[in-house]
Design a protein around this ligand. Structure first.
Ligand code: NDP
Ligand code: GDR
Length: 340
């Protein structure tokens, strides 16, 4: 029997890698996308085929985690075996500008999903497994290394919303016996990372500075330390969690800590540049409360799930820089052609 997966946040970085993984495993994949005045499916366009031409291995539905009724309708239609709940306003600094919306989508959106799944299971007698995308931001000010037993100390509206979602999930697991897993994932990046997150902001700038289309790069706190891994490796952990006999919560991380300054050093050096010649500090990018240091202890995921990252930190930086050098060169070439 073909397994059916439903992914919220399918158009995001993780959604695109997870879709590739599940399709390769033979799943029929359904994803929820937001209505937008512009196309917002660039990250999955290479996988999506017109169902009129090829048959639906990947099916998209319009929806929004602020709209519980719409989600229920999609759930009844799709009848998934597994749900991967990735949708969120996922930018930490922007969550200080939009706290109410961030909490509505991140915390209440998760509750809407869990309630819909609860009713669906009661009414249909079916069993649905659910993955909830938690974050190392939930640890916030708790000193490193952080693992599943570390007490949360969230430092942003985003992180508080994720903590609420985490405990909603545990409450539904304990109250109704649902198969729900919380993944507590540390930062994971890729060439598909949104361009306002610090790693991609840096590698995009490196590419453009090298191509001659950008001169300066404005950043905030260079001292913050993060545990950065490759997104393609981290979606495998999501899938593994839902294949276990029992639901549980897992930290997924590389176990290394690097500062933003370290990332700058490596990314600019990879392109033969010196970041000190190009970077300006702009207080606009500072946060009202910062998370200083995150380093995950993922021994549990490695022992129980058999999860292992394949891409090292230096390989990740190199992959992103090479991608963005090529992208900036293509942008310059098309700009020159347009002006020819
Ligand atoms: P992205 O920001 O790249 O993707 C977020 C996705 O959620 C997008 O598809 C976005 O749609 C969608 N979305 C946003 N708001 C809504 C809404 N109101 N209704 C429905 N969909 C919505 O995030 P990532 O892929 O990097 O992360 C996936 C999940 O994992 C998020 O929940 C994030 O908070 C969490 N996480 C991420 C980590 C990381 O390092 N990447 C680490 C730990 C947790 P659109 O494309 O239209 O904007
Ligand atoms: P983070 O990622 O907040 O860890 O959340 P981000 O890349 O935004 O910031 C990492 C660190 O870099 C510092 N920083 C800057 N950040 C941004 N975005 N822009 C800048 O110009 C800049 N200058 C310095 C930040 O202060 C911070 O300390 C990401 C998101 O994917 C979340 O959804 C996810 O839950 C966590 O990772 C784990």
């Amino acid at each position: 029997m073909t397994k059916i997966a439903l992914i919220t946040g399918i158009s995001g970085q993780d959604g695109s890698y997870l879709t590739e993984l599940l399709l390769a495993k033979g799943y029929a994949v359904h994803g929820i996308v937001r209505r937008s005045s512009n196309f917002n499916t660039q990250r999955i366009d290479h996988i999506y085929h017109d169902p009129h031409e090829t048959g639906p291995a990947l099916t998209l539905h319009f929806g929004d985690m602020a709209d519980g009724t719409g989600f229920r309708r999609i759930l009844e239609l799709v009848r998934p075996d597994e749900i991967y709940h990735l949708a969120a306003q996922s930018h930490v600094r922007i969550s200080f500008d939009m706290p109410e919306y961030t909490a509505d989508v991140g915390a209440l959106g998760t509750l809407r999903l869990l309630e819909a799944v609860r009713d669906h299971m009661t009414q249909s007698g079916r069993s649905v497994r659910v993955y909830i995308a938690g974050s190392s931001e939930m640890f916030g000010a708790a000193p490193p290394p952080q693992n599943e037993s570390t007490v949360f100390h969230p430092r942003s509206p985003y992180a508080v919303a994720k903590v609420a979602a985490h405990y909603f999930a545990i409450n539904y697991r304990e109250s109704y016996g649902h198969f729900i897993c919380n993944g507590i994932l540390f930062n994971h990046e890729s060439p598909r990372r949104g361009e306002t997150f610090v790693t991609r902001k840096i590698t995009r700038a490196v590419g453009r500075i090298r191509a001659g289309s950008q001169k300066r790069l404005a950043l905030g706190n260079l001292d913050a330390k993060r545990d950065w891994g490759f997104a393609g490796d981290y979606v495998t952990a999501m899938w593994l969690m839902l294949q276990q006999d029992q639901p549980d919560d897992y930290v997924v991380a590389m176990g290394e800590m690097h500062s933003v300054r370290d990332f700058l050093d490596m990314a600019f050096s990879e392109a033969g540049l010196h970041w000190q010649d190009h970077v300006d500090l702009d207080p606009r990018y500072l946060r009202p409360a910062e998370v200083d240091a995150l380093q995950g202890d993922s021994s549990k995921a490695r022992a129980q799930l058999g999860w292992m990252p394949r891409v090292s930190f230096p390989e990740l930086v190199k992959m992103m820089v090479q991608h963005d050098i090529n992208l900036a060169e293509r942008e310059m070439a098309s700009r020159n052609f347009a002006g020819a």
